[in-house]
Design a protein around this ligand. Structure first.
Ligand code: ADP
Ligand code: MG
Length: 397
């Protein structure tokens, strides 16, 4: 890691200091505004506890949902404050705004070891616009800035990047963990290094595919994106997901893999159906025999076996993208079986992508995965080799 973390802050450097921590508390809420998954809050606890133990005054800031730059009651942070209080086992003060005189008073009234959660930072359009004055207003609340929100680090917003212009900026432990897992582990992998890519579209993953081709020994492609590759090889895909505009791109990826000596493995068979919904009749067909009036919604059993053999040999695995329409139980089997094989592989396993994580959870194997990234888009951009604005602004070692 070439960025300074909160461990690099000199001894006593935190005692009595106000520390503004950008966290990712963008948790899913149900209709009664109950938190349905508190993973993101739990993941931020090591950083918060560390700062509190060192005698800092912790000021937390996050976004929640998409209030589109205006204060809206359904996006207030109160449920988060309550859950954080339960998890931390100590009082969490909650501000009704994130900048301004009243908030400054609250921040200044904090004592060592106390926690203040600011109101949703996206109640201001200035946040996403990375407005300098707004960033300065946030900075005015504290002495030190910590970014622990990996999930929004690919955005140059006031609370993720702008504020670092006014305060010394450090990475939190979650940020550090993410950067190490997605950076170090994948850049210097224990080999063989296998990537599994799926999901709906080639177009949204093109950068990731190309970058991974430079690093991996083998690449398994499944899910909706595989049909564009099959079309590129000259076969019909029926009503399966197909990106006409990506056929050329798929062809060049196939050529690139060959050139680099990367073993690119496509599905051997598919589960096809007239429609992608529960209760329809399905059948398994060979990869190059999809009927014209049917679409592929899952990988077939031969593919599960074939992919399984590659997974068993791998020492490092990166997985992004479900291998079928896994939200529909009828088409979840391929993805779930691959998730189990990945979990049992004994390899270092790094998983990124919102839907892929949901699939891992559906398979019930999340505890056996080395690293599950909390960042969807951010993890893919990072693997793609892009510089994340929220990381770039942190102090260098
Ligand atoms: P992630 O969020 O993990 O990056 P994506 O958003 O790229 O993953 O893709 C996930 C979506 O792709 C899921 O909604 C899944 O149902 C869909 N998908 C995967 N395979 C197929 C398929 N064969 N047909 C239709 N949709 C598919
Ligand atoms: Mg997705």
């Amino acid at each position: 890691m070439n960025k300074k973390t909160i461990r690099d802050i000199p001894q006593e450097g935190l005692k009595g200091k106000k520390v503004l921590v950008r966290v990712d508390f963008n948790v899913p809420l149900d209709e009664e505004r109950r938190i349905t998954d508190d993973t993101r809050i739990v993941e931020s606890l090591p950083t918060i506890r560390f700062l509190l133990e060192k005698g800092a005054k912790v000021i937390l800031v996050s976004h929640l949902g998409r209030p589109k730059g205006k204060p809206k009651d359904e996006f207030r942070m109160d449920p988060v404050a309550k859950r954080l209080e339960e998890l931390l086992g100590r009082k969490v003060y909650k501000a009704n705004d994130c900048i301004g005189e009243d908030v400054e008073k609250l921040a200044n009234a904090l004592r060592e070891g106390e926690v203040l959660l600011l109101e949703n930072v996206r109640f201001y359009a200035e946040e996403e616009a990375n407005d300098e004055h707004f960033a300065q207003s946030l900075a005015r609340l504290a002495d030190i800035y910590v970014n622990d929100a990996f999930g929004t680090a690919h955005r140059a917003h006031a609370s993720t990047a702008g504020v670092a212009k006014f305060l010394p900026a450090y990475a939190g432990f979650l940020m550090e963990k993410e950067l190490e897992a997605l950076g170090e582990r994948l850049n210097n992998p224990v080999r063989p290094f296998l990537a599994i890519l799926g999901g709906a579209k080639v177009s949204s993953k093109i950068g990731v595919i190309k970058k991974l081709l430079e690093k991996v020994d083998a690449l398994l492609i499944g899910g909706g994106m595989s049909y564009t590759f099959i079309k590129a090889m000259g076969y019909e895909v029926g009503t399966s997901l197909l990106e006409e505009g990506m056929i050329e791109e798929a062809r060049s990826i196939l050529a690139m893999a060959k050139e680099r000596g990367v073993k690119l493995v496509l599905p051997e068979d598919f589960v096809v159906a007239p429609e992608g919904k529960e209760g329809v009749e399905t059948k398994v067909v060979a990869w190059n025999a999809i009927p014209p009036d049917m679409g592929g919604f899952d990988i077939g059993p031969k593919t599960v076996e074939k992919f399984g053999r590659e997974i068993a040999q791998a020492k490092t695995i990166f997985w992004n993208g479900p291998l079928g329409l896994f939200e529909v139980d009828l088409f979840a089997q391929g993805t779930v079986e691959i998730a189990r094989k990945v979990a049992e592989s004994g390899a270092v396993v790094v998983v990124g992508g919102g839907d892929t994580i949901a699939a891992i959870k559906k398979a019930g194997v999340e505890k056996k995965i080395t690293h599950i990234s909390t960042g969807g888009g951010a993890s893919l951009e990072f693997v793609e080799g892009r510089v994340l604005p929220g990381v770039e602004v942190l102090l260098n070692r």
